[in-house]
Write a protein that binds this ligand. Sequence first.
Ligand SMILES: NC(=O)c1ccc[n+]([C@@H]2O[C@H](COP(=O)([O-])OP(=O)(O)OC[C@H]3O[C@@H](n4cnc5c(N)ncnc54)[C@H](O)[C@@H]3O)[C@@H](O)[C@H]2O)c1
Length: 381
Amino acid sequence: MAKKNWNVGVIGCGFMGRAHSNAYRKVANFFDVPFQPVLKAVCARTRADVTAFAERWGYESVETDWRRLVERKDIDAIDICTPNDTHKEIALAAAAAGKAILCEKPLARDSKEGAEMVAAVERAKVANTVWYNYRRIPAVTLARQLIEQGRLGRIFHYRAQFLQDWTISAELPQGGTGLWRLDKAVAGSGVTGDLLAHCIDTAIWLNGGIDSVTAMTETFVKERKHNLTGKVEKVGIDDACAFLCRFGNGSLGLFESTRYARGHKALYTFEINGEHASIRWDLHDLHRLEFFDHRDEGLTRGWRSIHVTDREMPYMGRWWVPGLQIGYEHSFVHQVADFLEGLAAGKPVAPTFAQAQLTQQVCDAVLQSAQNRQWVEVPQR
Ligand SMILES: NC(=O)c1ccc[n+]([C@@H]2O[C@H](COP(=O)([O-])OP(=O)(O)OC[C@H]3O[C@@H](n4cnc5c(N)ncnc54)[C@H](O)[C@@H]3O)[C@@H](O)[C@H]2O)c1
């Protein structure tokens, strides 16, 4: 029987516009999704760019004003793949128009904007999710399953890093296409909202809520030419951030992120130490989960490197044969598959806006602590 179409309108055709378009195209080939995603329309500000993108990915139509896209009757879901300063305005309009919303992370520039977005989707009762896609890398999902099964026992430590090295040059400008992440007005913050937000979302998912934080941030290059004004302007973002935290379950957290770690491009790692066992994961080797179980027999006890490709592993039964791994882009396919299942069942799909807002509140507390040089309690919604 033919499936009902699910018409998507994607806003933004950069990095995430591509990652999501790829996911919508592939999902029904690999997963028995209840709806057939249709690439109905894509929106970006320049007609030439958006038309070329639409032709490459097979979109049926283009828009150059996101408001027109949101108003269209033939669109079921709005996918926000634009820089952070646009998330709130688009989400509020999409919620008022009754569309399902898939919003890129971070939810917003700060938790004040995030709270308005949560209120809007809850008032409108529209399905919503935020693309914290690392949850759906099979090895990370497996980590969650092992923790839920109690294999680690009581958790003592959670440690995460997200390291890059692409902003070290003082000659790099800030602002505009490709460099909006360096512009505080657009991004909201630097590595805290861009990179640590991923680490925080995964941490909350795996280890529960964060109660309090103490942080330090640094901006190594204080002024950069702004691409939009042509003037040398103060840099407002945090180039690096490190924070300690206490989780609600009594464990201690240690998080670090920087764009000044020469040699590292996207080194997202986490390690969790429990009473019985430890888990370690590394984005550069994303299909592996390292696991140490103290209860193993002594002579062969040691760190296992689990190749997460067997059919019983999360999501892997849908892909190739055991032993053949998948990659980064598949986490987006998984999120679409789960979202469509949730839509059919009328159930929320994590992380919802409300869940992503918890990450936003931790980010705000981290930035506030760095400024005040004091521990900050994280508000719990
Ligand atoms: N989940 C992840 O791992 C991940 C990875 C990268 C980026 N992101 C998030 O995705 C969002 C987009 O990041 P990106 O790397 O794709 O950025 P990008 O700069 O590659 O692309 C942004 C796109 O938005 C378009 N755009 C900007 N303002 C617009 C407007 N007013 N109307 C219509 N289009 C507009 C730009 O033309 C461009 O096509 C950000 O919120 C970012 O934090 C998430």
